[in-house]
Write a protein that binds this ligand. Structure first.
Ligand code: DC
Length: 234
């Protein structure tokens, strides 16, 4: 049987359950999990550390090109060799990442990296524009969404913060991500919409695996990851 690379694109707004589900589905299928939001976050963190203005498009593009971003198999994120897994989750970095991700040059730089990561492997890649821009020909496209109050509640639980405060931040970020000119958050026409409101991760996982089976004839012949250590993005 010939080996075939399978790409599962999972897009959706913050708090829709993308990371949890993309990780679970990748584990179940033996595919590599790639969180593209972590890449935008890493570039944003670097810009903040260096004091680069979030409107300085030229410098931001340069940073995106030069950043050594590594996503390890155990879910850590390294920026130029330093573990930034926790630092990139800080609320001020979330906000900066949303701003940085609207810069066309930054998107261009990371797009090449993201496509490269899936060249040799079957992947579950999550983000905002995976099914619409990064892999318009992905075999499986899922758009996850959930009621805004539930998304805020989930994010607040993660951050151990107040849901009302988090909802305001989330709404602002959503509006920016949906409204930007370059690769806005949008459901691709051929993506399956999965509303995760009120569903457990187990239930959503089953729905996604059913879609994957339907679109890949059971995933047979899919190329699994090749057991090489980290996925490098530099
Ligand atoms: O998924 P996340 O919340 O970690 O993403 C952080 C920011 O990066 C988010 O505001 C939107 C942006 N992003 C993007 O524009 N495109 C992607 N493919 C992934 C994330």
């Amino acid at each position: 049987m010939s080996e075939k690379r399978v790409i599962i694109a999972i897009d959706g707004p913050a708090g829709s359950g993308k990371s949890t589900l993309a990780k679970r589905v990748a584990e179940r299928l033996g595919f590599i999990y790639i969180n593209t939001g972590a890449m935008y976050r890493a570039v944003a963190l670097w810009a903040l550390q260096l004091g680069v203005g979030l409107t300085d498009m030229h410098r931001l593009e340069q940073l995106a090109k030069e950043a050594g971003i590594e996503l390890t198999r155990d879910g850590r994120v390294l920026l130029n060799g330093e573990d930034v897994t926790d630092a990139i989750r800080e609320p001020h970095v979330s906000d900066a990442a949303s701003q940085v991700s609207a810069v066309p040059g930054v998107r261009r730089a990371l797009l090449g990296v993201q496509r490269g990561l899936a060249e040799q492997n079957s992947v579950v890649m999550e983000g905002r524009d995976i099914g619409s821009v990064v892999f318009p020909d992905a075999q499986v496209k899922i758009f996850l969404d959930a009621d805004p109050a539930e998304r805020a509640r989930r994010r607040a639980l993660e951050l151990q913060d107040d849901a009302i405060a988090v909802e305001g931040d989330l709404r602002q970020r959503d509006e920016r991500d949906r409204g930007r000119a370059e690769a806005p958050l949008v459901q691709a026409p051929d993506a399956e919409l999965v509303d995760t409101t009120g569903l457990s991760p187990e239930e959503v996982e089953e729905v996604i695996l059913r879609i994957v089976r339907a679109r890949t004839s059971n995933g047979k012949g899919a190329k699994r990851h090749d057991e090489q250590g980290a996925v490098r993005a530099d």
